[in-house]
Write a protein that binds this ligand. Structure first.
Ligand SMILES: C[S@@+](CC[C@H](N)C(=O)[O-])C[C@H]1O[C@@H](n2cnc3c(N)ncnc32)[C@H](O)[C@@H]1O
Length: 371
């Protein structure tokens, strides 16, 4: 999976344990799917999953991990990946924009990424096979990037990992059905399901802006870009109400009103713009509510600190962990009687990994400055 701010990597087993504890859940709607790691884990456990996200790169990931049926597409995808590995690098708009004007990848890898993406573009592919190839490319590019995990900035010096050669690997597909949508959450909320899982953004950081290079890579549209970070100009106009203090509560209410599921499970952090009390009262008006909480490490950039364009530290590193909440709402005839809430609560991850673990994963020390 790619590095993704707000990803529920460590919380997936816990989220699955909650869903498993509920009676009669067969279909799940993941309305803010991001990397699709939650949807994929639920598909693996036998649920029929519909994954939705309004960004195109996330829709691609959902088509690969949730919608694609391994029995149908894996063979063709594997053969096509093998052919893509043998391509000659191709230095063009992508390499110029993201490896010289900005420095997200070393130009040698930029040209490899560009050759593979152009070849995918020129083939007349089954949409799910295409999604698997694009996911393989995103994952490979993510492994050799020179960022701290978001694309609003890149490191001043090349990260050591950026010097590694791009290597395409087959994503781990699952057999069986599933569905991927690219809609606003309140539109996709009308999809029929037994349980909806909601993991909305909880602060001002816009995902399209944070992952604009992935958006361009999958759209392959050579957009107009601006600033040192070379962001797509549509990052200025395509916003989510969930990123705004005044917008998040009405947006969440709109989603809750559109949903018709018996259960709603919401991930929300204590850094979010809705407090635990507010969330409990918003949900309490709609049915029975249980709340679980766990400590969670903050994303690595938060621990590196804030630097100015000269690479000088200008901010202080804040706290290293936050508290993640899982809010469970039961309604439409469902209640929380008979559910072993204690077992679910005890399944919460307890300890946060130490900083150096994250540093090792990224392949460079935490104090490296970035612009
Ligand atoms: C916290 S992330 C989800 C992370 C995901 N659960 C994971 O583990 O990777 C929030 C997601 O909501 C998506 N998003 C933001 N506003 C949205 C909206 N209005 N409708 C649908 N998706 C939206 C973002 O693109 C982002 O991927």
């Amino acid at each position: 999976m790619i590095k993704y701010i707000g990803s529920k990597r460590r919380l997936v087993p816990w989220i699955c344990a909650v869903v498993d504890a509920l009676e009669g859940v067969e279909t799940v709607l993941d309305l803010f799917s991001g990397t699709s790691r939650v949807g994929r884990a639920l598909k693996e456990r036998g649920y029929h999953v519909t994954a939705n996200d309004h960004n195109t790169y996330a829709w691609v990931l959902a088509r690969c991990y949730v919608q694609a049926d391994a029995d149908r597409v894996a063979g063709e995808a594997r053969e096509r990946l093998a052919a893509l590995r043998g391509l000659e690098p191709r230095d063009g708009w992508f390499t110029e924009t993201y490896c010289r004007r900005s420095r997200y990848f070393h130009p040698d890898n930029g040209a490899r990424i560009e050759a593979v993406r152009e070849a995918i573009h020129l083939q007349d592919l089954d949409p799910d096979v295409e999604a698997v190839l694009l996911t393989a490319l995103m994952k490979a590019a993510d492994k050799v990037d020179s960022t701290t995990g978001v694309q609003m900035a890149y490191l001043k010096q090349w990260a050591p990992r950026a010097m590694n050669e791009l290597s395409l690997e087959m994503p781990p597909l699952l057999p069986g059905g599933g569905r991927a949508l690219q809609q606003e959450a309140w539109e996709a909320a009308t999809v029929k399901a037994d349980l909806a899982y909601l993991d909305p953004p909880y602060n001002q950081h816009n995902y399209r802006g944070n992952y604009h290079v992935w958006e361009t890579l999958v759209n392959w549209d050579e957009p107009e870009v601006y600033g040192v970070a070379c962001k797509r100009t549509d990052c200025r106009t395509l916003k989510s109400p969930f990123n705004f203090k005044a917008g998040i509560r009405p947006a969440l209410e709109r989603v809750l009103d559109a949903l018709d599921t018996r259960y709603v499970l919401i991930s929300f952090s204590d850094e979010g713009r809705i407090t635990r009390d507010e969330m409990e009262s918003m949900l309490g008006e709609r049915g029975h509510v249980a709340v679980f909480e766990a400590e969670h490490p903050r994303y690595v950039g938060a621990r590196i600190g804030i630097y100015n364009p000269q690479g000088e530290k200008v901010g202080r590193v804040g706290r290293l962990t936050n508290r993640e909440h899982l809010f469970l709402l039961a309604r439409n005839g469902a209640d929380l009687q008979g559910i072993d809430l204690g077992a679910v609560a005890s399944g919460a991850p307890r300890s946060a990994p130490r900083d150096r673990d994250d540093s090792r994963n990224l392949g460079y020390p935490l104090d490296r400055s970035w612009i």
